[in-house]
Design a protein around this ligand. Structure first.
Ligand SMILES: CC(C)(COP(=O)(O)OP(=O)(O)OC[C@H]1O[C@@H](n2cnc3c(N)ncnc32)[C@H](O)[C@@H]1OP(=O)(O)O)[C@@H](O)C(=O)NCCC(=O)NCCS
Length: 204
C-alpha cells in the first residue's frame, strides 16, 4: 500500500487553471497537528452552518474520524477546500465490500462557484485510485446533488443503509436510511452498493 507521501506525488500540488494559487496535499490523520485540526474545524464550522456545533476546538470531524484529508490552502495557509475519507468494509448483499467512506467535503464560502470544489473532487478521486479503493460512498443532501453529479458521482437510489447516527452529543443510535447515497465507482461497479447495506459504524 503506498504511503501518503507517495499519494502527494501522484497529484500536482498546484493547478494550472482556476485554483492556480492553491496548494494541495493529502494529509494522513496522524500527521495533522492540533493547530491544523483547529484550522480545519473552524473552516468546516463556517462551511456547514447548520452543523457548526460539531466543529469546536480541535474536533475536525463529525461522525467517524477520517483516516486522511485532501486539503487546499492559500499561500497564507488559510484552508480553502477539504475532503475526508476512511477506508472500511461494509456488508453488502453479495458480501463484504471495501469502500472509501467520504465526507466533510467543503469549500470555504468566499471561494465557491469558481471550480475549487471540482478540483477538490478530482484530487480526491486521484488519491482513492492510487489507494486502489474500488468504490467511494458519500451521503449528501439534495442541495448538493448537482455538484456530485457534475463531479461524476451517481445516485445509489437502491441502497438502504443501516449505520450509527452522528453521536457527538451522546451514544450512537442505529438508523436506516435510503436517501442521499452517492457512489463513485473506481474499479468495482456501483451496482454492488444496492439493497440492504450494513455500514457498521458512523459516517465520515
Ligand atoms: C458543494 C461545494 C463543495 C461546491 O463547491 P464549489 O467550489 O462551489 O463547486 P464548483 O464551483 O467546483 O462547482 C462544480 C460543479 O458543481 C455545480 N454546483 C456547485 N454547487 C452547486 C449548487 N449549490 N447547486 C447546483 N450546482 C452546483 C457547479 O455548477 C459546477 O458544475 P459545472 O462543472 O457543470 O459547471 C460547496 O458549495 C460547499 O462547500 N458547500 C457546503 C458544504 C456541502 O454542502 N458539502 C457537500 C456535502 S458533504
Amino acid at each position: 500500500m503506498p504511503a501518503f507521501g507517495a499519494l502527494n506525488g501522484a497529484m500536482p500540488t498546484t493547478d494550472d487553471d482556476s485554483d492556480r494559487a492553491l496548494r494541495w496535499r493529502v494529509a494522513a490523520e496522524s500527521d495533522l497537528s492540533l493547530d491544523e485540526h483547529e484550522a480545519i474545524a473552524a473552516m468546516l464550522a463556517r462551511s456547514f452552518d447548520d452543523w457548526s456545533f460539531w466543529f469546536v476546538g480541535g474536533r475536525s470531524w463529525a461522525g467517524i474520524e477520517p483516516e486522511a484529508r485532501v486539503l487546499a490552502t492559500t499561500a497564507s495557509r488559510a484552508i480553502v477546500a477539504h475532503a475526508g475519507f476512511r477506508r472500511m468494509f461494509v456488508r453488502a448483499p453479495d458480501g463484504p465490500l471495501l469502500v472509501a467512506a467520504v465526507g466533510l467535503i467543503a469549500v470555504s464560502p468566499e471561494a465557491r462557484e469558481a471550480g475549487v470544489g471540482s478540483a477538490l473532487m478530482r484530487r480526491l478521486e486521484t488519491t482513492l485510485r492510487t489507494l486502489d479503493v474500488p468504490l467511494a460512498v458519500v451521503q449528501a443532501g439534495e442541495e448538493s446533488a448537482a455538484f456530485f453529479g457534475a463531479c461524476g458521482w451517481a445516485a445509489a437510489d437502491e441502497a438502504t443503509v443501516t449505520y450509527v447516527d452522528y453521536s457527538v452529543n451522546g451514544a450512537g443510535v442505529t438508523v436506516t436510511d435510503d436517501s442521499g447515497w452517492r457512489v463513485l465507482p473506481l474499479g468495482d461497479t456501483a451496482e454492488r452498493f444496492r439493497g440492504a447495506i450494513s455500514w457498521d459504524g458512523q459516517l465520515v
